[in-house]
Design a protein around this ligand. Structure first.
Ligand code: S3P
Length: 185
């Protein structure tokens, strides 16, 4: 198992971006948010990137940012929820670090996302409006169903329903210690 880099995957709203810095602190690692890296590299927000150049261009930028993380060690990376939708990204991740899946039920994720879907073009309708209520839940269910088999290929899975950020980070840290990985006791 390669503990140089810990990658957090999971659907939008699973808390990856909040768990990463907390986990990194506990491990003495640095945290990196892949969406942030794309924003910095392009000078555009994620919605602007989708709007101006389309999803495919975003996926290319995302892949470049992902491969760049391979040059660093002692890193906890929060991935965008769609990174693993590309088979080549998933294969790369499984070979370059420890991949941890933050697994939530569609109900739990949809209720979290109802509070924070502004920055997430995958949760917009065809007019660029944010999906609400039943339409949001349906989109979450559909996208999650498409991606679930990929997420499940992660090295480890953590169930997040009913757990807060602190509990999820602590759980992952214990898991890594058990596996002989990093983590101060
Ligand atoms: C996406 C998830 C987002 C972001 C982009 C696309 C997806 O990241 O990368 O909006 O396809 O699931 P978060 O999972 O951090 O919201």
């Amino acid at each position: 198992m390669n503990f140089d880099r810990i990658y957090l995957t999971g659907f939008m709203g699973s808390g990856k971006s909040s768990v990463a810095p907390r986990l990194a602190r506990g491990l003495g690692y640095t945290s990196l948010d892949l969406d942030e890296a794309v924003v910095q590299a392009t000078g555009l927000s994620i919605p602007a990137l989708f709007d101006l150049y389309g999803e495919e261009r975003f996926r290319q930028e995302e892949r470049e940012a992902l491969l760049a993380t391979g040059g660093q060690t002692g890193l906890v990376v929060s991935l965008g929820g769609g990174v693993i939708a590309r088979e080549d990204n998933l294969d790369w991740l499984l070979g370059h670090g420890t991949l941890v899946y933050l697994r939530g039920t569609p109900q739990f994720l949809a209720s979290r996302l109802a509070q924070s879907r502004r920055n997430r073009p995958m949760l917009f309708d065809e007019h660029g409006e944010q999906l609400e209520d039943a339409a949001l839940r349906t989109r979450v269910e559909q996208l999650l169903a498409q991606r679930a088999a990929r997420y499940e290929r992660a090295h480890f899975t953590v169930d997040i329903d009913g757990r807060d950020i602190r509990q999820v980070a602590a759980y992952i840290r214990r898991l890594l210690v058990q596996q002989g990985g990093p983590g101060r006791r």
